[in-house]
Design a protein around this ligand. Structure first.
Ligand code: PRX
Length: 646
């Protein structure tokens, strides 16, 4: 039996959603989704109110997902203009730089003016409704300005995490045929410089990227970077003299808002496409209700805008709700391990949302760095990105939250646009390690491998059996891949790719990915991507990559590498391959282990049996299961004998 933390009555007394509300509203939301989501849509300002609430078919032959599709709105107007009358002077963004001496506050009025000026700049540079714009930036307010300015004129942004390599950036630019890249001269993280503009220059030398006409460069560090005329333009120069008025262009609810690339089981990362109306309804509602946001809260989500969490819960959700959102351009351990809590105290943060990997890394440093800071302003803590182990949950609760702050462990995905399974702090008792119960309108199901729906306590694959407004609409440029990835395995449902256990109270416990995706520090990496990076190295003949347990990262990357004939595995070569993968994909894909494999376990038809490799990587050589179908069972013995985790 796991420990239960009951809802704090004092919290519940003031909460937006209480126990009785949850039960009643949840029942309503799944019984009458049209009525429920029709009402909820009124939280936004529509240029034309929708009358058709949903038009959804999960049938692979006729798959379509449309919400509010006769409505029109503008996302940036909802995040900015709408608040000017009542919240013009309220702080929209608190920026906290990598260097603790650097911070600034931007009011809704100021942000509105900046976004208008940049939207005018985009127009001046020929960006039109529907054009794709890549954003490759640090966590500075200009990143949010760029996103909102795109939304203002109906351009579609594609934010690429600043830690990705030139190759990864190039692939994303090519896939979306972006017309523009918005970047900064350099980023700064943990005191180190990141050569963003140089990476863009390198990316634009790769084939397939000549759709890019303009590179806009924000001055972050002020270092001199090569500027190619007429392609490269400085943001601050372009903004001079631009008008601070730019009417927001109403777009159809189903007009694309952004593309965000994420890794899957196979092939290149997919461009997850989200649209305007449904996405914003869902991001804003979940933000307000899950974090119990009030007018005077200071909300801080530590995610980077390069990930979906940064889209929904740093930028769009909070700004749509007129909240104050913190953008942090640093890391938890710089200048020291107290940094998060120093920032909490400095800006009086009330709601704090981070990833288990950060909690585990901080936990390792002990309570000292936390207890040095007061943290008295905090009233709620959140977790996202990967399963949180109960030990880390307990530490977060006891040490960070002083046993005073409820924890919301929120399960969701890039594809879902917003949180799907989560506690509501005023309504749902929590159990450390469980994301608890579905949010309104979300219908989870647990199925076995054959697709049979399991009732009651059960373990299997997690499906969502009906649509919600924040759901992705397609894979950019490849609708068939969308259908094949999510709707083929279990017809009639959305397949999440996650395993789950449902307990006797109906609580959901996410057990991790069941496909060939590794979750490293809350970031998704496809094993296929790391493998193709490895085999691109001239000394590598073949590679197979699996996830392995990792104390801080949750999962690490374990690579089995077969070298070309005549090459010998060595420490030097190992280092070379690690550096190679970092260069090809980015530091997040750094292999933790490389095992030299004279052969890989394959079926007689030549398919690599990853199940076996996973077990060896997990140090469970006695659980390999049936290996009789292998072409050469002898290779397994060698891999087991030479395994790197014991
Ligand atoms: O495996 C689940 C895990 O992260 C995956 C989604 O990754 P991504 O699209 O990058 O989005 C991360 C931020 C929403 C999921 O398939 N995951 C995310 N949140 C949790 C989680 N696993 C367990 N518990 C969570 N709270």
């Amino acid at each position: 039996m796991s420990k239960v933390y009951p809802v704090d009555p004092a919290f519940a007394a003031k909460a937006r959603i209480r126990k009785a509300d949850y039960e009643k509203l949840y029942a309503e939301s799944v019984k009458d989704p049209e009525g429920f989501w029709g009402r909820i849509a009124e939280r936004l300002e529509w240029a034309k109110k929708p009358t058709r609430i949903r038009d959804v078919s999960y049938d692979p032959q006729n798959l379509h997902i449309r919400w509010y599709d006769d409505g029109q709105l503008n996302v940036s107007a909802n995040c900015l203009d709408r608040h000017l009358a009542t919240r013009g002077d309220k702080t929209a963004i608190i920026f906290e730089g990598d260097d603790p001496s650097e911070s600034r506050r931007i009011s809704y009025r100021e942000l509105h003016a900046e976004v208008c000026k940049f939207a005018n700049t985009l127009k001046h540079l020929g960006v039109k409704k529907g054009d794709r714009v890549a954003i490759y930036m640090p966590m500075i307010p200009e990143a949010a300005v760029a996103m909102l300015a795109c939304a203002r004129i109906g351009a579609v942004h594609s934010v690429v995490f600043g830690g990705f390599s030139p190759d990864s950036l190039a692939g994303r630019i090519a896939d979306s045929t972006a017309k523009m890249v918005i970047t900064a001269d350099e980023g700064v993280r943990g005191g180190k410089r990141i050569p963003l503009k140089a990476n863009v220059d390198a990316a634009l030398e790769r084939p397939g990227t000549n759709s890019v006409e303009t590179v806009v460069v924000v001055r972050r560090t002020g270092s001199a970077v090569p500027m190619q005329s007429p392609r490269d333009r400085y943001y601050h120069v372009l903004m001079e003299g631009q008008s601070a008025e730019c009417p927001a262009e109403p777009v159809e609810a189903e007009h694309p808002l952004f593309i965000l690339y994420t890794s899957g089981s196979t092939g290149k990362p997919k461009g997850v496409l989200h649209t305007s109306g449904g996405y914003l309804v869902y991001a804003s509602l979940t933000h307000e209700w899950v974090f119990d946001v009030r007018e005077d809260d200071v909300y801080w989500c530590t995610a980077d805008v390069g990930w979906v969490t940064g889209h929904s819960y740093v930028v769009y959700g909070p700004l749509a709700n007129g909240a104050t959102t913190v953008m942090f351009d640093g890391v938890p351990n710089y200048p020291d391990f107290s940094r998060f809590w120093q920032v909490v105290d400095k800006h009086r943060v009330t709601l704090f949302y981070t990833a288990p990997t950060a909690i585990r890394a901080l936990m390792r440093e002990g309570e000292g760095p936390v207890k040095k800071c007061s943290r008295a302003s905090l009233r709620l803590l959140g977790s996202v990105g990967e399963p949180i182990n109960p030990e880390a949950w307990e530490w977060y609760h006891r040490v960070v939250g002083d046993e005073r702050c409820p924890i919301v462990d929120t399960w969701w995905q890039t594809e879902t646009g917003g949180i799907l399974i989560t506690p509501l702090a005023g309504a749902i008792d929590t159990k450390p390690g469980s994301a608890t119960l579905p949010f309104f309108g979300i219908k989870p199901a647990v199925v076995d491998a054959g697709g049979a729906v399991l009732e009651g306590p059960a373990e299997g694959n997690l499906l969502i059996t009906d649509s919600w407004p924040g759901q992705m609409r397609t894979v950019y440029g490849d609708h068939q891949r969308f259908i094949d990835t999510y709707f083929k395995a279990y017809p009639g449902s959305y397949f999440t790719g996650d395993g789950v256990r449902r307990d006797e109270d109906g609580y959901y416990w996410i057990t991790g990915r069941v496909d060939d995706v590794i979750n490293v520090s809350g970031h998704r990496i496809g094993t296929a991507e790391v493998e193709s990076a490895l085999v691109a190295h001239p000394k590598v003949a073949e590679a197979a990559v699996v996830g392995c347990p990792h104390e801080i990262k949750g999962q690490g990357i374990y690579a089995y590498v077969t070298l070309v004939a005549g090459e010998q595995g060595s420490e030097e070569l190992r280092k070379e391959l690690v550096a190679w993968v970092r260069k090809e994909i980015g530091p997040i894909a750094t292999p933790d282990y490389i095992q030299w494999a004279p052969g890989l376990p394959k079926t007689r038809s030549g398919k690599i049996m990853r199940r076996i490799l996973r077990k060896i990587g997990e140090n469970q050589p006695d659980q390999l299961g049936d290996i009789s179908t292998l072409a050469d069972p002898a290779v397994v013995k060698n891999l087991v004998d030479e395994r790197l985790i014991r």
